[in-house]
Design a binder for this molecule. Structure first.
Ligand code: 8YV
Length: 307
């Protein structure tokens, strides 16, 4: 029997590329062949799937997304066309949460600057005169979004003897931390504001000038969710005017980030959207992308489909 024809439109790990090639007839954007033969699509959370892509694939029945955030996938159009969608939640929770903690410490303890200080020989030249950082343990931690990833961030933060509160649309039953009813209130209370909500029209620019002013001159913003959640112009203004103390970001309104004031500021730590980028997690995500497709073609339920 001939293998299902699957088109990949995203940058994917070599391990995923190899498994897709062995399980399916894999096509790429460079050589898609006869588009009407394509029944499966692979994309990533970063690349997404837009309407124009769906319009070019009249025979599409399934898409398998490498990632958990589906803000760039036109789910409504997929539903209208009866196209099933699989994705890779949960396997990345630990690594995303780990990186949020890393960002918190990096920004507070000035790890990137300290590393530069040693490498540039300034330590040897000037002695121990490196700027003081801010203590992390025992501080007030606010988490916006107590979903899959927010919960793991909270679990990690318990180890910092921190007081933890969260903001989310509704009470999270199995969470023992206190919920506050607005993001503004959470920001006013906490020293560190972690963003762990999904990207959507509803959460767009949820962190605005008002929230940043509430976070205040001792406060840090940590974003491992989506750049769209933060009004980046307001953030730059808040950082420039020391309305907040610092920001540590893995995600941006436009990616890759280029020619932004954020890169010129000293009170930022900037990563290139790598929170799930570990060997273990990317392999687990890759396996799930393939397994979702295999299950679909076998007429079974995929491992994870968005609600
Ligand atoms: C990306 C992510 O999927 O899962 C998500 O939502 O943003 C990331 O894990 C990954 O970087 C590959 O696109």
């Amino acid at each position: 029997m001939s293998k299902p024809v699957v088109l990949n439109i995203a940058k994917i790990p070599a391990v995923l590329q190899q498994s897709l090639e062995s399980e399916f007839e894999l096509r790429t954007l460079d050589s898609p062949g006869d588009a009407s033969e394509i029944s499966g699509l692979v994309s990533s959370a970063i690349r997404g799937v837009d309407l124009a892509t769906l319009d070019r694939l009249p025979g599409l029945k399934v898409m398998s997304i490498f990632g958990v955030g589906l803000d760039k996938v036109d789910l409504a159009a997929a539903r209208r066309r009866g196209i099933r969608v699989g994705y890779t939640p949960d396997v990345l929770n630990d690594c995303v949460a780990d990186l949020a903690i890393g960002l918190m410490i990096a920004a507070s303890r000035k790890i990137p600057q300290a590393d530069g200080y040693v490498r540039s020989n300034r330590w040897a030249e000037t002695g121990n005169v490196f700027d003081l950082g801010d203590r992390v343990s025992g501080k007030r931690m606010g988490i916006a979004g107590m979903g899959r990833i927010g919960r793991i961030i909270a679990k990690r933060l318990v180890g910092f003897d921190a007081e933890i509160r969260y903001f989310s649309r509704s009470e999270v039953r199995e969470c023992s931390h206190e919920r506050v009813s607005t993001l503004q209130e959470l920001a006013a209370w906490c020293d560190y504001l972690f963003i762990a909500v999904s990207g959507s029209a509803e959460t767009r620019h949820m962190v605005d000038a008002g929230v940043l002013a509430a976070l205040g001159p001792q406060g840090y913003l940590i974003n491992v969710a989506r750049g769209s959640v933060v009004d980046e112009q307001a953030l730059v203004a808040a950082l420039e005017n020391e309305i907040i103390r610092g920001a540590a970001l893995d995600v941006y309104e436009v990616e890759p980030l280029k020619s932004s004031r954020l890169t010129e500021l000293r009170n930022t730590v900037l990563l290139p959207h790598v929170s799930s980028a570990t060997n273990e997690t990317r392999t687990a995500m890759s396996n799930m992308v393939v397994e979702n497709l295999k299950r679909f073609y076998a007429g079974e339920r995929m491992l994870a489909e968005p609600a």
